[in-house]
Write a protein that binds this ligand. Structure first.
Ligand SMILES: Nc1ncnc2c1ncn2[C@@H]1O[C@H](COP(=O)(O)OP(=O)(O)OP(=O)(O)O)[C@@H](O)[C@H]1O
Ligand SMILES: [Mg+2]
Length: 249
């Protein structure tokens, strides 16, 4: 008998969330069916950041459900969601600028120490892994994080998220403010993380062209609703997407 396929890393159905009286997300459906890259695009204020934050439990889902590897996490507190293996790299990086690079990475492991058997939690092993992916962070490990360049800060934010072995990585506009060369580098790092570590990635990007090129599937959010989905190539070929998000490409 064929073995049952594993549950999808992320499965969202009928999700809505609000800030007080403002309804920010309405009836969202989104599935990441395997360890693939899924890209979410949409205009400013569409609700992209809110969707990533709602997956992390803040704000809480008002309706609908969020399943992570088949487990219902909709009503779990944020720290429990993180412990289960979801990591968010927030918009604007949010590194601790007065702390050293090393301290920032150590902060990344604090939130997940209960993730595995605490007796076997090996922060050194995680540091070695992150330094292997981002050698510049090892070189700069005693430098204050606020003095890193924009690209280095983005690498630090991603490295910090990787400290806890996430199974799902939520990236909120990782290319924001980076020069084109660095942007390319960040996108290829994202692809490597996905392929080498088999981590599912939900990537929010304003840079629709590059992000959809990278993606297995893509979704378009407008005014809190999911208005379109398809493979990355389908969305890149769509007239509506081209007109709204790919002007000049
Ligand atoms: N903490 C908050 N309190 C009240 N309203 C908020 C809050 N955060 C976001 N909003 C509102 O929710 C809507 C969606 O915002 P969100 O930040 O999710 O958009 P976004 O798609 O990430 O936009 P951007 O591309 O500019 O980052 C906006 O109308 C915004 O003003
Ligand atoms: Mg945002």
């Amino acid at each position: 008998m064929p073995s049952a396929s594993p549950p999808p890393p992320l499965s969202i159905h009928g999700l809505s969330s609000r800030y007080g009286r403002i309804q920010a997300l309405r009836d969202i459906d989104l599935v990441i069916s395997k360890a693939e890259i899924v890209t979410l695009i949409g205009a400013n204020g569409a609700g992209k950041t809110t969707l990533l934050m709602t997956i992390c439990g803040n704000p809480r889902a008002a309706t609908g459900e969020i399943l992570f590897n088949g487990e219902d996490i909709t009503h779990l507190p944020t720290h429990e969601i993180i412990r289960r293996g979801i990591a968010l790299v927030p918009e604007g990086r949010r590194i601790f600028s007065r702390m050293s690079v090393l301290e920032n990475l150590q902060m990344g492991s604090i939130s997940v120490q209960g993730h595995k058997d605490p007796g076997h939690y090996d922060r050194e092993e995680d540091l070695t892994r992150v330094f292997a992916r981002f050698p510049i962070l090892k070189e700069r490990c005693h430098q204050r994080a606020g003095t890193l360049s924009g690209g280095e800060q983005q690498m630090l934010a991603i490295g910090r998220a990787l400290m806890g072995h996430p199974r799902l990585l939520l990236l909120d506009e990782p290319s924001l403010g980076l020069a084109p060369m660095l942007m390319q580098k960040i996108f290829s790092i994202i692809q490597e993380i996905n392929q080498q570590e088999k981590i599912a990635i939900l990537l929010v990007e304003q840079n629709a062209y590059h992000a959809l090129k990278l993606a297995g599937r893509g979704f378009v959010l407008a005014n809190g609703r999911m208005v379109m989905s398809g493979t990355g190539d389908e969305l890149l070929a769509s007239e509506a997407v081209r007109a709204a998000y790919l002007e000049g490409v």
